[in-house]
Design a protein around this ligand. Structure first.
Ligand code: KG4
Ligand code: ZN
Length: 344
């Protein structure tokens, strides 16, 4: 008997992602984005995102099916992001997933977007060693996790106490006059800059600070002050150098704390997920530090780091395999779903 075919729905932010996964094999990953519609606002506008999900939903489902060469009749289970994320945006995905599940008479799994960012790595690198340490760095979250069982036991060791890593990238990009979302633009600008040109602060790295928590708000403010001082003095802002120095401060702290978490827990597997995991310097420094510490590093390819439907299908597939109970028909969206709740 072939393994169940899982259709995944992702609508937590501005990407409408529909993915198809069988066991840990990625069959298709269709994406529609409303990102350009938000650009002039400098951030995602929830109402615009919800409407765009509604319009993109059915065509994106069809595209995922045709890319995989299957039909709706072949689908054995449905997974959908139930949170965290923008309520209105999540609701479009949950309503659509429920409708398909009811019409096809297949089980529905409401899953955690954050755990899905970790699960997607299994599509490229096979089953995760358990327990592993996972670092989740996205536009809305930054957390260090202990993962004894990705299907049902995810524990948070620490998190950001203010801005998420991606949020810091986006805000700094704005200060530098780079487009939204800023992460990829800062990443690109930084390749031409000198990371040692400016000494920006490393948040929560003092001897008395919480070892697994992050803070990026002080860094963001330090960058803004530095840029303002330049502008006041009528001097040009060295965008490449500021980008490189800021980026180095973020990834230095992230990788140091992730390696520390592995060491403290006696674990030699680290997986990094979420949009910021697409950052080239984060990937390089994490690799360097993991190699030095004898840790096996796993990071999904860039395309799968940012929001997509395959990650939801990947986690759904994991839940089906583990025999986790499906969600009830009254499944709702939870904009602040805690990271420990893998499915609901
Ligand atoms: O995971 P994601 O697609 O959406 C959320 O769940 O938040 O993450 C989006 C975040 C944005 O803040 C974006 O600027 C950041 O990921 N990002 C990056 C890069 N690519 C995306 N940050 C740094 N470097 C990148 N290359
Ligand atoms: Zn995400």
């Amino acid at each position: 008997m072939t393994a169940p075919l899982v259709l995944g729905f992702e609508t937590s932010c501005d990407e409408t992602g529909i993915g198809l996964v069988r066991r840990q094999t990625l069959l298709s990953d269709a994406l529609a984005t409303s990102s350009p519609a938000h650009e002039r606002f400098g951030g995602v506008v929830p109402e615009i995102a919800s409407r765009a999900h509604l319009e993109a939903m059915v065509p994106t489902v069809h595209r995922a099916l045709s890319d995989a060469g299957v039909t709706l009749r072949d689908v054995d289970a449905i997974a959908v992001t139930a949170g965290p994320g923008l309520t209105g945006a999540l609701l479009v995905g949950v309503a659509a997933a429920k409708a398909y599940a009811l019409a096809l008479d297949v089980p529905l799994y409401g899953v955690n977007h954050l755990a899905a960012h970790v699960a997607v790595d299994e599509l490229e690198h096979g089953r995760l060693a358990e327990p592993s340490i996972a670092m989740l760095v996205s536009g809305g979250h930054s957390s260090l996790l202990l993962v004894p069982d990705l299907a049902q036991d995810v524990q948070e060791l620490g998190r950001t106490i203010d801005d998420a890593a991606g949020e810091a990238f986006d805000k700094v990009a704005r200060v530098l006059g780079l487009p939204f979302p800023g992460g990829p633009h800062v990443d690109r600008a930084a390749t031409e800059g000198d990371p040692r040109s400016i000494a920006f602060p490393r948040g929560l790295t003092g001897p008395r600070d919480a070892v697994y928590d992050f803070s990026f708000s002080g860094l963001k403010t330090a960058v803004a002050r530095w840029v303002e001082a330049r502008e006041r003095a009528g001097e040009p802002v060295p965008v490449a150098d500021v980008s490189a120095a800021f980026q180095e401060a973020v990834v230095d702290v992230l990788t140091a704390k992730a390696v520390r978490a592995c060491r403290d827990h006696g674990l030699d597997h680290l997986v990094i997920g979420g949009g910021v995991a697409a950052n080239s310097r984060l990937r390089a420094l994490a690799q360097e530090r993991c190699d030095a510490a004898g840790i096996v590093l796993r990071v999904p390819s860039r395309r799968l780091c940012t929001d997509n439907g395959a990650m939801v299908a990947a986690l759904g597939s994991r839940l089906v395999e583990a025999g986790v109970a499906p969600s009830a028909v009254d499944l709702g969206a939870d904009s602040s779903l805690p990271i420990e709740v893998v499915s609901r």
